[in-house]
Design a protein around this ligand. Structure first.
Ligand code: SF4
Length: 237
């Protein structure tokens, strides 16, 4: 794969071609019509290090037990922890959620993140990332999914697949990948590109054994080219 020295930044055509092939394979995902940014924030904190089913179960239990965000904020922490247990890491996530709700209340005088719609993007991002337990991915998800702001979230699948494809240099950290991919991917494609790369990572470009022979991106992929070269050097062309 490419290291920082051999990295060649892909051009817009290459990104568009990858997007087209992913859409052919997985369809064109449409952004959700309306999501409350505060609900999105809590949901995303719950999703850290777990799967969608467990996250949804925890979220539903939390809302059932505490119908308003003020009740979640003011509840004894152990009760919040108990309600979100299906999401895993509940003793960490419970205080994080309550801490986020407290910070929003202190700053805004109410439990709402709607004010982020009107802040300059970098200010909105910084504001979110100042909340304990909120990193670049969580902030970008809230901004993109709920507020339709141009932020590109990088999860473990996006990080792995985009490095293998050579869209970003191999040693790039996940935090840095946000900045690089935001500069590379056209803003109007952030949502579908993000969703389809995740689908590709789950279905084909697995972490341990990518199914390169079944992949529609072979000819555009640095990892595939490197693997082939190594094989040819070993077996002969
Ligand atoms: S060719 Fe292999 S490594 Fe490259 S994107 Fe496809 S599955 Fe992933």
């Amino acid at each position: 794969m490419n290291d920082a020295a051999s990295y060649i930044e892909p051009d817009r055509e290459e990104i568009l071609e990858i997007h087209r092939r992913l859409v052919d394979a997985y369809g064109e995902p449409q952004p959700p019509s309306h999501r409350d940014p505060l609900a999105e924030l809590v949901n995303t904190i719950l999703s850290q290090n777990t799967n969608d089913n467990n996250r949804d179960l925890a979220y539903d239990q939390l809302r059932e037990r505490f119908p308003t965000w003020a009740e979640v904020r003011d509840a004894p922490t152990e009760e919040v922890v108990e309600a979100i247990r299906p999401a895993g890491l509940a003793p960490t996530k419970g205080p994080r959620i309550q801490g986020a709700l407290e910070r929003i209340t202190e700053s805004q005088g109410k439990l709402s993140l709607e004010f982020l719609r009107d802040l300059p993007l970098e200010e909105a991002r910084d504001w979110l990332e100042e909340i304990k337990g909120v990193g670049p991915k969580t902030a970008a998800i809230v901004l993109l999914f709920a507020l339709r702001r141009p932020a590109f979230p990088v999860d473990t699948h996006v990080h792995r697949v985009t490095r293998r494809l050579g869209l970003i240099p191999e040693p790039t950290s996940r935090a840095k990948a946000h900045t690089l991919l935001e500069a590379l991917v056209p803003q109007d494609l952030y949502y579908p590109f993000h969703i389809n790369i995740i689908t590709h990572g789950r279905q084909i470009c697995h972490a341990r054994t990518p199914e390169c022979e079944a992949c529609m991106l072979q000819d555009l992929c640095d990892y595939y080219r490197a693997q082939r070269k190594t094989k040819e050097a070993k077996d002969g062309p």
